[in-house]
Design a protein around this ligand. Structure first.
Ligand code: CU
Length: 170
């Protein structure tokens, strides 16, 4: 193989890798076309979905709502006195970057008790076979962001590509 075809092989491998990688991560529009609003049954919405580490939730909502991540007990009592993260931008991307349950409510008074609350049970991507885990995850404050995971994917792909080119050229 000449140098050029080696590079082509590397490029194709990188493209295959990237398409595999991205097809495994799912972006969920919470509530589908209803978005994040009153009058949507989010328990039903989550019931037929399996959330995996690497997936992303997108909350889309009007200016009369917020999206607040809370603890399990605050979720149950619809308390927003101690939120872990909050956004009111109207479009919030929440990367599901670790396994465990996450709890989200709307911070506007009356909306959580009115149904704007959702539990997302995130499964580990490697152990997607149902091995029961009794891990109590300590929840850290999480900032909602949109670009971190996508950037990581590109950097990973780039590093892989550079690595392959080096291996083939040795
Ligand atoms: Cu609301």
């Amino acid at each position: 193989m000449n140098c050029r075809s080696k590079i082509l092989v590397c490029l194709s491998l990188a493209v295959v890798f990237m398409s595999l990688h991205t097809s495994m991560a799912t972006v969920y529009m919470v509530g589908d076309s209803n978005g994040w609003s009153l009058g949507v049954d989010y328990a039903t919405w989550t019931s037929d979905k399996t959330f995996i580490v690497g997936d992303t939730l997108v909350f889309s909502y009007g200016s009369s709502h917020t999206i607040d991540e809370v603890s399990e007990s605050d979720y149950s009592s619809c308390s927003i006195g101690n939120v872990l993260a909050s956004d009111n931008s109207g479009a919030s991307n929440v990367p599901l970057n670790k396994a465990g349950k996450r709890y989200f409510v709307c911070g506007v008074i009356g909306h959580c008790s009115g149904g704007m609350k959702i539990i997302v049970d995130v499964k580990d991507s490697s152990s997607s076979n149902n091995s029961p885990t009794t891990t109590t995850t300590t929840t850290k404050p999480i900032s909602f962001s949109s670009s971190v995971r996508a950037t990581n994917t590109w950097i990973t792909a780039l590093l892989l590509l550079i690595g392959l080119v080096k291996i083939v050229n040795v």
